[in-house]
Design a protein. Structure first.
Length: 402
């Protein structure tokens, strides 16, 4: 059973797209209460990525509000006073224009943890530029071109960088909450897509300053035994046999029935650096003579080699290891389709995952939130009539197409 570590923590959610919402969604999974303020028409990802929207905004309460009006700003001010944490990934100049800079927010609520997720950071020539996963995380970290094969570029997987940055900001928020327990004071905590990408590309950024050349090819990997190989059934395996050479290398040679190679490369240094391409060429040829299941089973039986068949994304939904650990679990969407859903990766006391709740319908919680803030039914109706908020009255059927 999952534990609600952050139960009682109140989060004001001013996030759009993927990076910011994935951060606040983690806080919800840890037990926090989240009120999400959206544009009147709703976040764009409600329509462009509706299934992903359920993941990023599941369990949150939502209120669509026109923040360009005095009444909308007053409503947001009341939520700032209510909140322990405010998470935002709007551009900073937009928040300043609205009158909600960190300095102003701190005056309204000195205990507030203000968490801002930037594209490129809050300094430098690009501080006001729009930042997206593809540009700020992939494009400016070195990852986009340097992990691809030479003269190529990778096809960016959607939101990978967004989720990475969001998880980093969630860690910062938890640290800031711990500090507030000791000092009573709120603070600003921030990260950026660019910062997250650079941090995850640490080794490459450092090693290239010592002469390591990128991009490179798997045929010229720096270590033959830390590489990927295609087998006879067309599947790829990923292998790390860089330890216990005296045991690992003979096991590999016997698996591919090339015992003659055991004495030819007796030392680990013989298969890395300048010698690696020759060994890779041999293994490329030999591994293609056998199915991947045979190779994986044989190498694992050695006991000193880490090797796995490279899974496709759809394979993860049937992975016994992932299912047993509840890294994926069966979930039913709003339209009744059952899928295997990825879980938040953190566990407390080896407990289970948090069940994903649906994202709020547009205006689903407006009346509840405004009542909580002290607004009357007449005021709510007046705000609706004047286009300041949008609300759902009674039951409304949800469709992913909205």
């Amino acid at each position: 059973m999952a534990e609600n570590i952050l139960e009682g923590v109140k989060v004001l959610d001013m996030c759009v797209a993927a990076a910011g919402p994935s951060c606040s969604r983690m806080l919800v999974d840890f037990g926090a209460e989240d009120i999400m303020v959206e544009p009147l028409e709703g976040q764009s990802t409600r329509y462009t990525a509706p299934h992903s929207f359920d993941f990023k905004c599941g369990g949150k309460k939502g209120i669509p509000c026109n923040l360009k009006t005095p009444e909308g700003k007053e409503l947001l001010t009341k939520l700032v006073k209510w909140a322990d944490v405010m998470v935002c990934n709007y551009r900073e100049k937009a928040m300043v224009k609205l009158g909600f800079s960190y300095e102003e927010l701190h005056k309204i609520n000195p205990r507030l943890i203000y968490a801002h997720l930037y594209g490129f950071g809050n300094k430098g020539p690009k501080k006001d530029d729009p930042g997206f996963d593809a540009t700020a995380w992939w494009g400016r970290s070195g990852l986009l071109v340097d992990i691809a094969q030479p003269d190529s570029i990778i096809n960016i997987p959607y939101a990978t960088g967004d989720f990475s940055a969001g998880h980093s900001l969630a860690l910062g928020i938890c640290a800031a909450l711990y500090r507030r327990e000791k000092t009573g004071e709120g603070m600003k905590v921030s990260t950026s897509l660019m910062a997250s990408g650079i941090f995850l590309n640490y080794d490459a950024i450092v090693e290239t300053q010592y002469g390591y050349k990128l991009p490179t090819s798997r045929k010229r990997a720096i270590r033959a035994m830390l590489n990927s190989y295609q087998c006879g059934d067309g599947e790829w395996i990923s292998i790390n046999a860089t330890h216990h050479w005296e045991t690992s290398w003979p096991c590999i040679c016997r698996t591919i029935h090339r015992e003659d190679l055991i004495d030819k490369y007796p030392e680990h240094d013989d298969t890395k650096g300048e010698f690696a391409p020759a060994v890779i060429a041999i293994l490329d040829e030999e591994f293609k003579k056998y199915d991947s299941d045979y190779i994986v089973e044989s190498l694992l039986s050695c006991g000193t080699i880490a090797v796995e068949k490279a899974q496709h994304s759809i394979d993860v939904t049937k992975d016994e290891q992932a299912i047993e650990n509840e890294y994926v679990y069966e979930w039913t969407d709003r339209e009744g389709k059952k899928i295997m859903h990825p879980a938040t990766p953190i566990r407390f006391n080896d407990g289970g995952h948090q069940e994903l709740k649906y994202a709020p319908m547009l205006g689903e919680h407006t009346i509840e939130v405004m009542h909580m803030l002290g607004y009357t039914d007449d005021q709510i109706k007046d705000y609706e009539d004047r286009g300041i908020v949008k609300a759902i009255h009674g039951h409304q059927e949800y469709r992913y197409s909205n």
